[in-house]
Design a protein around this ligand. Structure first.
Ligand code: SAM
Ligand code: SF4
Length: 316
């Protein structure tokens, strides 16, 4: 089965948000005091998440990314990974994490069948990292990356949201990290939704300047939504993701499900399709309907986002 949207785009990629809770409080994502814990009945159970993954696979989804909030604080996350792995070998199962809990979780995640990790780390400077995450300790995130490598994860991607005046001064040091480390660093433009709406006015910076530097010094390839540059003799590479200055909507192949069970055809649309309490053919029909409702593109630069949700509820 091939899941397609109204414009003929093939939908292959599901991002499943497993919690809206987090052990960090990044200034562009989470309210300073965190969010109140929802009751069990309000968030999808591990069984429901598995059922959505299974139905999506039957419809043609082949990439599943677990996200949040912080997916590693969700109880049952390893069971969920094992369940999804057991659906089929040809699912690419990945997870986006802030890396804080990878010291103890990297090996179990590998054994549970996770193929790839994206780790979010916006600064290699301890003070800046603390300012951006409000409570995070850089050394935990760095040792989490090491633990992931030791557990056998290769092709690790490190997500860096570009913030003017915070991490903008260390861009070239960060790029230099790829000389000796076989990771893909990915600079991402800040998007004005939820907590980031106000911050966007003072902290948004385009990736144009980084791209100009890389264009002059490296060759470009495309990896999903990222334009990827590898500098000569560097073990790692640098990816650029520019939802604001150069959107990638026309080739978007994603749908998202929030931790409270709403399918979002587009990150920035307010349209949501409730998947709670749907099973079997009804669940598949709702996913097909969701894919079909995908808008052709968002209109962030001109009109802003239409979603009222914070990023910790959607998962990026
Ligand atoms: N807690 C995990 C983490 O931080 O990797 C997963 C969830 S987090 C919401 C997923 C990604 O969204 C992270 O890489 C984060 O930096 C990014 N993100 C959050 N808010 C954003 C915003 N307003 N603009 C751009 N990226 C954002
Ligand atoms: Fe937590 Fe990730 Fe949001 Fe930071 S970006 S507050 S780590 S969910």
């Amino acid at each position: 089965m091939n899941l397609t949207d109204h414009y003929g785009r093939s939908i292959k990629y599901l991002r499943l948000s497993v919690t809206d809770l987090c052990n960090l409080r990044c200034i562009y994502c989470m309210p300073e005091n965190g969010v109140s814990k929802r009751s069990h009945s309000e968030i999808l159970s591990i069984e429901e998440l598995t059922e959505i993954a299974r139905a999506s696979y039957a419809l043609g989804i082949r990439k599943i990314r677990l996200t949040g909030g912080e997916p590693l604080v969700r109880r049952g996350i390893l069971t969920l990974c094992r369940n999804i792995r057991s659906i089929a070998d040809d699912i690419e199962l990945s997870l986006t994490t802030n890396g804080i809990l990878l010291n103890e979780m990297a090996q179990p995640l590998k054994e549970a069948g996770v193929d790839r990790l994206n780790i979010s780390l916006d600064s290699f400077n301890a003070a800046t990292y603390k300012t951006i995450t409000r409570v995070g300790d850089l050394s935990n995130a760095l040792s989490g990356i090491k633990a992931a490598q030791n557990a056998g994860f290769d092709n690790i991607k490190i997500n860096i949201v570009l913030l003017d005046g915070f991490n903008s001064g260390e861009i070239y040091d960060i790029i230099r990290f790829t000389k000796d480390h076989a990771v893909q660093l990915r600079f991402i433009e800040l998007m004005p939704l939820g907590e980031a709406k106000a911050l966007y006015q003072e902290r948004f910076q385009t990736i144009a300047e980084i791209e100009e530097y890389l264009r002059q010094n490296a060759r470009m390839t495309v990896d999903g939504v990222a334009r990827v540059y590898r500098l000569p003799a560097h073990k790692g590479s640098v990816g650029l993701i520019s939802p604001m200055s150069r959107d990638f909507c026309p080739t978007c192949d994603k749908i998202r499900v929030t931790c409270d069970g709403r399918l979002k055809p587009c990150l920035h649309s307010d349209e949501e399709i409730d998947l709670r309490d749907l099973h079997g053919e009804d669940l598949k029909a709702a996913i097909i309907r969701g894919a079909h409702h995908k808008p052709f593109r968002h209109h962030l630069p001109s009109g802003g986002t239409d979603t009222n949700r914070d990023m910790n509820e959607i998962g990026g």
